[in-house]
Design a binder for this molecule. Structure first.
Ligand code: FES
Length: 216
């Protein structure tokens, strides 16, 4: 999956609380995923246009994010609006953080640079219960192949006993993959023991895949 051409899962929605930010990587590109105080998620390049500080180290304040280094403030479209060292300056329109489109679906934050791309549409999945994100030292293709061997569909739907999991893959680098895992079904029925059960299941999956890589 490429940010330039399709929607890529970049975080579990539940892991990005309002007023917080987190760094992530997609195919080597560093991004920041942040949520403003109204609850809207944003995905940008993780680089301040001033001196290159990571925006994910910054502070979310209401609907803007302030860079940690010199405090330049960016609105939720990525436009710099305020430079503390020059409070009276009308900030040039050219000072802007490159942004991606961001949407949330199936309890996951998705991002893309392609306005025409369609978000994944998975029949029969409406409510979901978040499990966790985890990171495996294997290529995304290897992880997808292992999930496929276990019966997962192309969309990452995997039936385990009576449950159905959605496992969305984020290619981080040549040898690292993120998995964002949710249970298909309402939180009222799945919160608690089932979340813990599948969090452990995911750990085992990681162990097996990384062991396999060492043996190969
Ligand atoms: S590097 Fe971000 S404000 Fe200076």
């Amino acid at each position: 999956m490429k940010l330039e051409t399709e929607w890529v899962p970049v975080a579990l929605s539940a892991s990005i609380e309002a007023g917080t930010s987190a760094g992530a990587v997609v195919d080597g590109s560093e991004i920041v995923v942040w949520r403003d105080s109204s609850g809207k998620a944003h995905v940008w390049e993780d680089r301040c246009p001033h001196r290159g500080m990571r925006m994910s180290f910054g502070f979310v304040r209401g609907d803007h994010i302030a860079c940690l280094y010199h405090g330049w403030q960016y609105d939720n479209a990525g436009q710099c609006r305020y430079i503390p060292a020059h409070p009276a300056l009308e900030v040039p329109q050219t000072i802007k953080v490159p942004t991606y489109l961001a949407e949330e679906k199936y309890g996951i934050v998705w991002a893309t640079a392609a306005g025409e791309a369609s978000l994944p549409d998975i029949d029969g999945v409406t409510d979901v219960t978040p499990v966790r994100s985890l990171y495996i030292d294997r290529r995304a293709d290897d992880v997808a192949a292992a999930l496929c061997e276990s019966g997962a569909t192309d969309m990452g739907l995997l039936h385990v006993g009576d449950d159905c999991l959605l496992v969305a893959l984020q290619s981080i680098s040549q040898n690292k993959t993120g998995l964002h895992i949710v249970i298909a079904g309402a939180p009222a029925a799945h919160t608690g023991a089932k979340q813990k059960h599948y969090a452990v299941w995911a750990e085992r999956l990681r162990f097996d895949l990384e062991q396999k890589a060492e043996v190969a």
